[in-house]
Design a protein around this ligand. Structure first.
Ligand code: NAG
Ligand code: NAG
Ligand code: NAG
Length: 432
């Protein structure tokens, strides 16, 4: 109990520019629940309490994937993987929304071993129920297009974005299971047996490392579903850049190189890519997306807080601590640092330029300092949501999914958008 299911999010709070409201000392790694905001208004007397927020909530129990036993589709520690399932209703009962949980990666025996003692490496530590919010919410006011679909949150416990392979396991007494790809396959089988084999509409989504998994598995997901079904994919904060850090070191590339090598991820990457460049380069979404056939939507803040902290300014590349405040809050960056962040945004837009031409694609690249925006009610769809051209993320994704209109939203650079929620972290996101 009392484990924060998404410790990589760190403790966080939000600063909302326009309304000058401060969501104070938030994140209680509250049992199992994703994140609960404790409102602590500095400039306002109105008060919404946690219980208000909870009362709209929906706690969904964990199901262990018993069928994983047969194929050995285990978490890092050998335990069974798990998922949370809410049945669809009404007009949504033949539609499926999947969400792949994120939580970094492990790139060494040491970091994978550490993970075995957490919910990100073992179902022994997973909360027995999670809150379904944002894109998983059952409330039409919070989730206008998907609220009545079958909704599934798939837990992440393999450390390699559901793409590790057992051939890479050690045969010398180091007990680590690299079964991410098998977990993905077992989950597919399970959901197909629960009715997904008759899906009419489906959306595979995921956040962070789960967003990367969405890129990796999107076409396979499509191939599992009926030919006449509408199938699309959405990555939230999964567009990790191959960008040098502030010292010019290729920190992220080296990190992914270790992950790919350790867990044999190359086998899950596209043959067109691994045939022409080193496999660890093929794990970057800008390469994966070139080969994805299924309609895809990319949600990513241009100043993704995880990426700023681990790709642009990893701790080891800032030994003097010049970035220690800016890294936790974009409001605390000086003008030189903001310039570096604008450069990071330029690189992201550049990496997306080819995808922008994709006729079936959609995007929402806002200028907030955030990470994982689809799984929180306040951000996904609420009167206070970050907006581009007056559209919330939920509206933009819905417009794209249902072909209501072309939906390729790119925000103006920070700090131009008053609707932004900018995270104020009190600790850094960990890379693993
Ligand atoms: C097993 O092999 C790996 C890779 O060669 C090594 O790093 C690790 O320490 C070994 N483990 C044991 C228990 O010998
Ligand atoms: C970064 O690169 C510099 C030189 O380019 C090198 O001396 C240093 O060891 C690298 N630092 C890290 C943290 O990788
Ligand atoms: C923005 O959208 C909201 C609801 O979607 C609408 O009520 C409002 O009129 C729009 N504002 C503008 C300026 O278009």
């Amino acid at each position: 109990m009392a484990t924060n299911p998404e410790p990589w999010l760190g403790a966080l709070s939000w600063w909302r520019k326009g309304a000058k409201r401060y969501w104070g000392s938030a994140t209680v790694g509250f049992t199992i629940i994703v994140i609960i905001f404790i409102a602590d208004y500095r400039n306002s007397n109105t008060c919404s309490s946690t219980s208000d927020l909870q009362s709209t909530g929906d706690l969904v129990p964990l199901t262990l994937l018993q069928r994983a036993q047969a194929t050995g589709a285990f978490c890092l520690d050998g335990s069974l993987p798990g998922y949370h399932f809410r049945e669809g209703f009404g007009s949504g009962s033949a539609n499926w929304l999947l969400h792949l949980e994120g939580g970094g990666w492990c790139n060494s025996i040491k970091t994978c071993n550490a993970r075995k003692g957490t919910a990100l490496g073992s179902s022994k530590y997973m909360g027995r129920a999670v809150q379904f919010d944002g894109i998983l919410s059952r409330h039409p006011s919070q989730n206008p297009d998907f609220y009545n679909w079958n909704r599934v949150k798939i837990r992440y416990c393999d450390g390699a974005s559901f793409a590790g392979h057992p051939e890479s396991e050690f045969k010398n007494g180091t007990e680590l299971f690299f079964r991410g790809q098998l977990i993905w396959e077992a989950i597919m089988k399970e959901l197909l047996s629960l009715g997904m084999s008759k899906a009419k509409q489906a959306l595979l989504s995921g956040c962070s490392a789960g967003g990367l998994a969405t890129f990796i598995h999107c076409d396979d997901f499509r191939d599992h579903l009926p030919k006449d079904a509408t199938v699309k994919c959405l990555s939230d904060a999964g567009f990790f850049l191959d960008e040098p850090d502030i010292l010019g070191n290729r920190t992220m590339l080296a990190f992914y190189q270790d992950v790919v090598k350790l867990q044999g991820v190359a086998k899950s990457l596209h043959e067109n890519c691994v045939g022409i460049m080193e496999p660890f380069k093929c794990i970057f979404p800008q390469e994966i997306i070139k080969n994805v056939r299924t309609p895809f939507f990319i949600v990513n803040p241009a100043y993704d807080s995880w990426q700023i902290q681990n790709i642009l300014v990893p701790v080891a590349s800032d030994p003097q601590g010049y970035w220690s405040s800016c890294r936790l809050s974009i409001q605390k960056c000086d003008s030189t640092q903001i310039k570096r962040l604008q450069g990071f945004r330029d690189s992201m837009l550049e990496a997306l330029s080819m995808f922008q031409e994709n006729k079936e694609g959609g995007m929402f690249i806002n200028s907030c300092f955030a990470h994982c925006q689809t799984v929180m009610d306040e951000i996904w769809h609420s009167p206070n949501s970050p907006r581009i051209n007056n559209k919330s993320i939920a509206e933009s994704v819905g417009d794209w999914y249902f072909n209501r209109e072309v939906s390729k939203q790119i925000d103006c650079p920070y700090p131009c958008n008053p609707t932004c929620y900018n995270m104020e972290l009190n600790q850094q996101h960990l890379p693993y």
